[in-house]
Design a protein around this ligand. Structure first.
Ligand SMILES: [Mn+2]
Length: 205
């Protein structure tokens, strides 16, 4: 299954826990399913062990049901996270045969899609974040669906990354190096921090 992920997207992640904590409440997931790939970034409320355990529960659910529609996925997570502090999460589901990305965010995990246009210009789409916390207060959910083309770059960044991070870093470097650079330059030391950069590799069918 990871073969499909690596033939569909190229991705890299950089993350660190808030200083003094052994585990981070910010987690990522890249998981293939038949005909697609699910990409997610999660931020357990607060930091430390409780945040990490809540985020771990959410990630395991996303992993187990990766092929489901994203609204159903968020609903499953909400049910399972009720006894926890809750988790902010943004998810993107790539459908390979349709050349579409469906994304949804609850809480404050920023999402950006840098799209290569027909010209050399790059347009930027921002994920509309719904206020709420999965497991605590679920807002009404509505997905956005965007066509994706080869070279388009998805970025998820938790609020431990400055929201004005340098888009050029993410666009111009291989994903692993891009993620490391964004974390190094824009990571805050007051919270867990995670940035995921995923570049779409497929041509539109
Ligand atoms: Mn945070």
């Amino acid at each position: 299954m990871e073969t499909l992920a690596s033939s569909t997207i190229e991705w890299g992640v950089a993350a660190r826990a808030i200083p003094g904590q052994p585990s981070s409440g910010d987690l990522d997931l890249v998981k293939s399913f038949p005909n697609g790939v699910l990409v997610a970034a999660l931020d357990g409320v607060g930091h430390g062990e409780e945040a990490a355990s809540a985020a771990t529960v959410a990630r395991s659910i996303l992993e187990a049901y990766a092929g489901e529609p994203v609204i159903a996925l968020i609903g499953r997570c909400h049910e399972r996270l009720r006894a926890t502090r809750g988790v902010a999460m943004s998810v993107a589901s790539f459908n390979v045969s349709q050349g579409l990305m469906t994304w949804l965010g609850v809480g404050n995990v920023q999402g950006v899609l840098l799209r290569r246009g027909l010209s050399r210009s790059v347009t930027e789409e921002s994920l509309l974040l719904r206020a709420g916390v999965v497991g605590v207060q679920l807002p009404s959910l509505r997905v956005s669906v965007l066509p994706v083309s080869t070279g388009d770059t998805l970025i998820f960044a938790t609020d431990g990354i400055g929201s004005d991070f340098d888009r050029g870093l993410a666009r111009n470097y291989p994903p692993g190096k891009a993620a490391a650079s964004v974390l190094a330059r824009h990571g805050k030391t007051t919270d867990d921090a995670l940035v995921l950069v995923a570049r779409y590799l497929r041509d539109r069918p």
